[in-house]
Design a protein around this ligand. Structure first.
Ligand SMILES: [Zn+2]
Ligand SMILES: [Zn+2]
Ligand SMILES: [Zn+2]
Ligand SMILES: [Zn+2]
Ligand SMILES: [Zn+2]
Ligand SMILES: [Zn+2]
Length: 364
């Protein structure tokens, strides 16, 4: 209910951010977290995904709300085979993010008190015990505990890895002409076929539990069993008895994956592969694949950003993928939409150098 009014509010906000006409309220946006002191508050550019005050990115200024993220993720997973992780709320696809609240009694005092930790996200369909084991295997600064550095990391990486304008043409800063729109739609089909959401379970258990098709939420963690499926473990063809001692190795680091320690499986990569939770990272940027959203391409795990860039060039000006054929290439390998190859200060197209003092190559 208030979810929807929140979504409406958020959509208006995004339009302001990306539309050509900008009405910036007198209050600026959040301060930049990467150049503290220089930025007087986020001031959006009409098409660069950057702050006009300091030049840093949107995500450097603190991402929007959880609701923005859930809405964007809902859009991403809709029409994919992971649509079961979303719910339709008044016409919007919203991500059913699995929050986890862990309550531990504090026994040091006379009257017992409770210590509550909220995880902004936890792998779905696990018992709390297994989910906690998973969290312990992540680097501390990447655990998505509400209000901590790890929660901020998750939010920034969601924006960075899964920009909404990679898969939703209506979120690009301008309307695409028909031929480019068709090219983008073809790309989005590829994107949605390649997207996967990793499964956390014990080694040997990958694929043992097909995605839940159940209606209604599992309330007590019992409804999605994580008990080892012994038939899969022991007698696949009636003669093998070696499986009890089978060793599992991480496809990331090659090290052993203990049988009692959760790992991540990626269906698109096949169940012969598994990863330590901390090794489930993008092969290009090395960042943790937040919320386990991955893309599998040519034998590599990638984040959405790097999957997309492997297929279409990305403009260093507006950060959107380029669907026209006549783009500008720089000597350093960067590319731009023809009209985005311009000076930050005077906006002159830099095929002819402008006279601004110390104008470097066009800023990203
Ligand atoms: Zn700024
Ligand atoms: Zn900045
Ligand atoms: Zn590993
Ligand atoms: Zn990446
Ligand atoms: Zn551009
Ligand atoms: Zn200039």
């Amino acid at each position: 209910m208030d979810l929807c009014s929140g979504i409406q509010k958020m959509r208006v906000g995004q339009q302001n951010l990306q539309g050509a006409v900008l009405e910036v309220p007198e209050g600026r946006g959040p301060l930049c977290q990467s150049c503290k002191g220089i930025c007087s508050g986020f001031l959006p550019h009409s098409w660069r995904k950057a702050c006009t005050v300091c030049g840093c990115s949107v995500e450097d200024h603190g991402p929007g709300s959880d609701l923005d993220d859930d809405y964007n993720m809902g859009r991403l997973l809709a029409d994919s085979k992971y649509a079961y992780l979303t719910a339709k709320v008044k016409g919007f696809r919203v991500y059913k993010r699995n929050r986890m609240v862990v309550t531990n009694p504090v026994v040091s005092r006379k009257d017992p008190t409770f210590d509550t930790i909220t995880y902004d996200w936890a792998p779905p369909g696990l018992t709390q015990k297994l989910a906690m084991l998973y969290m312990k295997l992540l680097p501390k600064e990447k655990r998505p505990i509400a209000g901590t550095e790890g929660a901020g990391y998750r939010r920034r990486q969601l924006m960075r890895q899964l920009p909404v304008y990679d898969h939703d043409p209506s979120k690009c800063h301008r309307l695409l002409p028909e031929d480019q729109l068709q090219a983008m739609q073809a790309f989005v089909r590829l994107y949605k076929e390649a997207v996967g959401v990793g499964e956390v379970t014990l080694p040997a258990m990958g694929g043992a539990h097909p995605p839940p098709v159940v209606k209604g939420e599992p309330k007590n963690g019992k409804s999605l069993p994580v008990q080892p499926d012994l038939t899969a473990l022991t007698n696949t063809n009636g003669t093998e008895d070696c499986c009890q001692t089978r060793e599992y190795h991480c496809s990331g680091c090659g090290q052993l994956a203990p049988q009692d320690s959760p790992v991540v499986y990626a269906e698109q990569a096949g169940y012969a592969r598994l990863w330590h939770p901390a090794c489930f990272v993008c092969g290009e940027c090395g960042e943790a694949l937040v919320d386990l959203v991955y893309f599998w391409r040519e034998g590599r795990l990638l984040c959405g950003r790097h999957f997309s860039q492997g297929i279409r060039p990305r403009c260093s000006g507006c950060d959107e993928l380029i669907f026209c054929e006549d783009f500008q290439k720089g000597a350093d390998g960067r590319v731009w939409h023809p009209d985005h190859y311009c000076c930050w200060q005077c906006s002159q197209i830099l095929t002819v150098a402008c006279s601004c003092p110390q104008t470097p190559a066009p800023c990203p």
